[in-house]
Design a protein around this ligand. Structure first.
Ligand code: ADP
Ligand code: ZN
Ligand code: ZN
Length: 729
């Protein structure tokens, strides 16, 4: 027997298999993690294939040294998925395989936690001494962990053969998997129809887009699909866009499925991750809830993958391999004959397009709609406030009169409010009123943000800090001022206007510690605070029954970003934020502050008309040749010297031009050129790009493969290929 092994080192030189002999008696299977000799040293690897024959000379083949675990860590279908990823994302096989196994397990070092437990084996034995009698009494009621018993007496009982000690694996359960079991609620008509349709597809597979307004009970549809899948002996994966949302979703699933629910995400401790992964791998937990990377969970006999809030950009990885969890879910579900269910109140333009008539069957999503909120609750009314008017009226506060009044009313009635401001820190930027100088980061091409809590200016790209200048560094005038609004300033304004209100802040700065997200959200849920101020983190999918007011402090902040998706993102953010209010008995109210009340993104969000927005936005994208009507691919070149980055980009441009001409690809290209990146300097380095936009019908596969080749051979600069990146900076 021979095994073809891929070495667990991500260098291109090793992205092919090495053949090893399987020693007599060693049970080696595909997906197994093995230790092998490599040159004069040793390495870890994954078995990709086993064969009876081998063309190489027997004497040159070295044997496998050992197995990391008795069971294969990569399931056969996951091995195939990794192969698919290699082609799709231009990555090494190992880079894909690594996503399928927690890093701590790959490197070793984490193990099951075992505790020693005492068990009574001779209940009738006569024992002497109060301590020994006490132990026997306690053990009659059940086994007890040894540290909880008096050591000396216990040892005596073990020697007499009255008590026996054994080892038990102890599960390190993530905090969110708690809570009392709950019965299923009765479904609404729309939910029932949706559930029936998706459940029926568990035989043979299907792909769906569940477009349900906020509060329409999409989660309940997911739960019924999962229940049915479990009844059929299958497993499921449920993806949420952020780690912050896993506790809520996990709690809901735990209440319905008990120990069958598992959590998998990078915020768990190494031990928790190990235990959850093993429970899934062994089939003890058949419902996996997690963020992006949970799409690689070792769930066997897959019945369904659910992607909640499918429009979120966080499903796309921002590092190599730059995979998109929605695409991977699509591929994995298709290969397994499983159901793919994408859900959102604001589907992405590209997913919604797949649900429109005329799409080819292999690209199609079946649209299911939940047009109303559960229990006949109305969608909250959105009041648009024109902040220019506010200014004319002499209101210099960041809160309009309307927002202040609504907040006062909400607090007076003992309800809670959420306020969105999509910028952390205190102010967006610091600039001189006299000469216009803006304080920028020394290492990046971006303005620095004032953080009042630490009284420093901070760069949100590289984290660099510097003291707040008293005079303008350029003209020395003292009129250096803060402009724009951040979370800290909103908190301050709430406290100024409502000194008795308890305010919580949730943004990147307050959530860096483990479980910090969950702590803030739990405190808010318990009612320990009246107002939650936060960045887009608070806009997504959270369900707080006592929230009746939702405020968008500055809707324009995301509207005018230099990105073709800025209107779509603004629309989504407003809709999601509006969706947080009035989800239970008390009706909700939404105040939306903007300087551009007539912008279609704002207008259509305010009227909560997704279909109209989709038609308008897709017409714009089609006309302006933006995705999903085209594909954007770029190679970003980074170097310490500007010239080096520029030269590398130009060299790649020349070669790519050649390639496009030779291959006859030219008619499929909208635009291709080398130029500087919108943020030219980042972390002290210079950035140039080869930017390519091609029609959807182009041979994207071979063009991006060529771009990857050019990235790999770039000289004098680091180079990275990005296809339809979330971020075009
Ligand atoms: P969405 O994700 O569509 O915004 P959720 O799934 O969060 O909505 O559901 C909104 C609220 O309605 C939740 O509190 C949920 O428990 C409740 N809910 C959902 N379905 C039902 C139902 N059939 N009967 C009663 N309450 C429901
Ligand atoms: Zn100045
Ligand atoms: Zn910086």
């Amino acid at each position: 027997m021979y095994a073809n092994v891929i070495i667990d080192r991500a260098s291109d030189a090793l992205d092919h298999v090495f053949t090893y002999a399987v020693p007599e008696g060693m049970d080696v299977r595909v997906g197994q993690q093995v230790r092998v000799p490599l040159g004069s040293s040793r390495a870890d690897g994954f078995v990709v294939e086993t064969t009876e024959e081998c063309a190489l000379e027997a004497a040159r083949i070295k044997p496998i040294l050992g197995l990391r675990f008795a069971e294969p860590v990569i399931l056969p279908e996951m091995m195939e998925l990794a192969q698919w990823m290699r082609g799709r994302y231009n990555c090494n096989l190992v880079e894909a395989l690594r996503l399928m196994l927690p890093a701590e397990m790959r490197r070793g070092g984490v193990h099951a936690r075992v505790t020693r437990v005492a068990r009574l084996v001779r209940p009738d034995a006569q024992v002497r001494g109060p301590r020994q009698r006490e132990i026997v009494e306690r053990l009659r009621a059940g086994d007890v962990e040894t540290p909880l018993l008096p050591a000396q007496a216990l040892r005596a009982l073990v020697e007499k053969g009255v008590v026996e000690i054994y080892e038990r694996e102890q599960r390190r359960a993530p905090g969110a998997l708690r809570g009392e079991p709950l019965p299923d609620p009765e479904l609404t008509r729309a939910q029932r129809r949706a559930a029936q349709e998706v459940c029926a597809a568990l035989e043979g597979g299907g792909r769906f887009l569940l477009h349900g307004v906020t509060g329409s009970g999409k989660t309940e549809v997911y739960i019924r699909l999962v229940r049915k899948a479990l009844e059929m002996g299958k497993s499921c994966v449920v993806l949420v866009p952020e780690i912050a949302l896993t506790p809520q979703m996990a709690r809901w699933f735990h209440q319905r499925f008990g120990a069958d629910a598992a959590i998998l995400h990078s915020g768990l401790s190494a031990g928790e991750k190990y235990d959850e992964w093993q429970r899934i791998r062994r089939g003890e937990a058949r419902v996996v809830i997690g963020a992006r990377s949970a799409v690689f969970a070792p769930a066997q006999n897959l019945g369904a993958i659910v992607v909640d809030e499918e429009h979120e950009g966080s499903y796309q990885s921002d590092r190599r391999p730059r995979y998109d969890a929605r695409e991977v879910a699509w591929q994995r579900a298709q290969a397994a004959g499983a159901v793919l269910l994408l859900g959102s109140a604001t589907p992405s333009v590209s997913s919604y397009m797949r649900a429109m008539p005329g799409v080819r069957p292999e690209n199609r999503l079946t649209l299911i709609e939940l047009p109303e909120r559960v229990g006949g609750r109305p969608l909250p009314e959105i009041e648009v406030v024109d902040m220019r008017r506010e200014f004319e009226r002499g209101n210099r506060s960041i809160f309009s009169a309307r927002l202040s009044e609504a907040l006062g009313d909400c607090l007076e009635h003992g309800r809670q409010a959420m306020l969105l401001i999509n910028r952390r820190g205190h102010s967006s930027f610091v600039s001189c009123r006299k000469c216009g100088y803006v304080v920028k980061c020394d290492a990046c091409d971006v303005s620095m943000t004032y953080h009042q809590a630490e009284n420093v200016l901070r760069c949100h790209y590289c984290g660099a800090e510097r003291p707040v200048p008293r005079k303008c560094p350029s003209c020395e005038s003292p009129y250096i001022k803060f402009f724009g609004v951040g979370t800290e300033q909103v908190v301050e304004e709430v406290r100024r206007q409502f000194p008795d209100a308890v305010v919580l802040r949730m943004d990147y700065d307050t959530t860096r510690k483990k479980d910090a997200h969950a702590k803030i959200l739990d405190a808010f849920r318990r009612g320990d605070a009246d107002v939650l101020v936060g960045t887009q983190m608070i806009a997504k999918g959270l369900d707080f029954p006592n929230v009746t007011l939702s405020g968008v402090v500055a809707a324009d902040m995301t509207l005018n970003l230099p990105d073709y998706r800025s209107v779509e993102r603004t629309f989504q953010l407003i809709t999601q934020m509006a969706g947080r209010a009035g989800r239970a008995r008390h009706p909700g109210r939404v105040v939306l502050q903007t300087y551009e009340p007539d912008h279609y993104g704002i207008r259509l969000a305010a009227s909560q008309d997704f279909r109209a927005f989709y038609l308008r936005e897709s017409a714009y994208r089609r006309g302006a040749l933006y995705p999903p009507f085209t594909v954007i691919a770029r190679i970003v070149f980074t170097a310490g010297e500007e010239e080096a980055a520029q030269k590398a980009a130009q060299a790649a441009e020349t070669e790519l031009n050649d390639f496009l001409d030779r291959g006859g690809h030219r008619p499929d290209i909208v635009q291709m050129r080398a130029l500087e990146c919108p943020v030219k300097r980042l972390r002290g380095e210079y950035r140039y790009q080869v930017f390519l936009k091609m029609y959807f019908k182009a041979d994207t596969r071979s063009i991006t493969a060529q771009m990857q080749t050019l990235a790999d051979k770039a000289e004098g600069a680091r180079a990275e290929l990005e296809v339809n990146p979330v971020n075009l900076l």
